[in-house]
Design a protein around this ligand. Structure first.
Ligand SMILES: [Zn+2]
Length: 293
């Protein structure tokens, strides 16, 4: 049996069709899974689930070869549970994340990606403890949603910039059925990991975090250099990581079955994903970005 490679991108959820519209958009870009925010990534205003065309969207996915069990919801980046100096925003973050879990269930989506957050003025250890405490409180043991902590570039006071930091979050929570990891190729490169040495990277990941905890890959090239701590995504093959290396993350036998989600920048106000995914699925490589100019 031929093995399925799961490739998708970030898709916006917009009025009037919301989930159905996003599923159609993913299909038009030749994706078989996709990721979305349940509203604007930078704020917490959310449309009621009843208006999001969820049953029609789920049916569309089923009929059109989109694997709902490989789709991903991304929590908004305003949530910061890695610092509790402001009790109100800490409490708000927890209640919002609880609602996100409920929304994941309504969509039928298992993976909820979460940025671990910024420690601000707190010590790293205290910050991790703070996040662990929040996650334990938020996790619903009866749910099958897995919160996937994203590996970060280490911009500012971001935590989760090393595999060890991510591992200590997972160990602290101690509930692999509800907590896992999303590995972002751009972020770990910007954090200083030599992404091109894929076997060493995966071996280090396995020894610290455990590969069984890896559920989502964000496949992005990087605009900046190794160890820059910048977090600036680039189109595949146009950045410092390079196409050949990124392709290896799609086909590596240890990463089979894991959805690979692109969050690369749009080109001339158009999504580049059909071209990037087409290239990854085919044997060819082309200077596709020229066509967008
Ligand atoms: Zn990412």
């Amino acid at each position: 049996m031929e093995e399925i490679i799961y490739l998708g991108s970030h898709i916006s959820l917009t009025s009037p069709e919301y989930f159905l519209g996003a599923a159609k958009e993913a299909k038009s870009l030749d994706e078989n899974c996709f990721m979305f925010y349940t509203g604007a990534p930078q704020n917490s205003r959310r449309v009621e689930l009843e208006r999001m065309s969820i049953p029609a969207g789920r049916k569309y996915c089923e009929d059109n070869g989109i694997f709902l069990d490989k789709c991903v919801i991304h929590a908004p980046y305003i949530i910061n549970l890695a610092n509790n100096e402001n009790p109100d925003s800490y409490a708000f973050g927890k209640s919002f994340l609880k609602e996100e879990i409920r929304r994941c269930e309504a969509f039928g989506i298992r993976y909820l990606v979460l940025h671990p957050g910024s420690r601000k003025e707190m010590e790293l250890e205290d910050s991790i403890a703070c996040l662990v405490l929040a996650l334990k409180e938020v996790i619903d043991p009866s749910s099958n949603v897995i919160i996937c902590i994203e590996t970060m570039a280490g911009k500012g006071k971001e935590i989760g910039r090393t595999f060890e930091e991510v591992a200590s979050i997972l160990e602290g929570v101690g509930d692999p059925a509800h907590i896992g990891v999303c590995l972002d190729t751009c972020h770990i490169f910007d954090a200083g990991y030599e992404v091109e040495r894929i076997d060493e990277i995966l071996d280090r990941f396995d020894k610290t975090i455990g590969l069984s905890n890896l559920h989502v890959i964000h496949l992005n090239d990087s605009k900046t250099y190794l160890g820059s701590h910048k977090d600036r995504h680039e189109n595949l093959g146009y950045g410092a990581i390079g196409y050949e290396t990124l392709r290896k993350y799609v086909y590596h036998p240890l990463l089979k079955g894991i959805p690979k989600i692109l969050e690369t920048p749009w080109v001339n106000e158009k999504p580049p994903y059909k071209e990037e995914i087409g290239m990854l699925r085919g044997e060819y490589r082309e200077a596709w970005r020229d066509k967008f100019n």
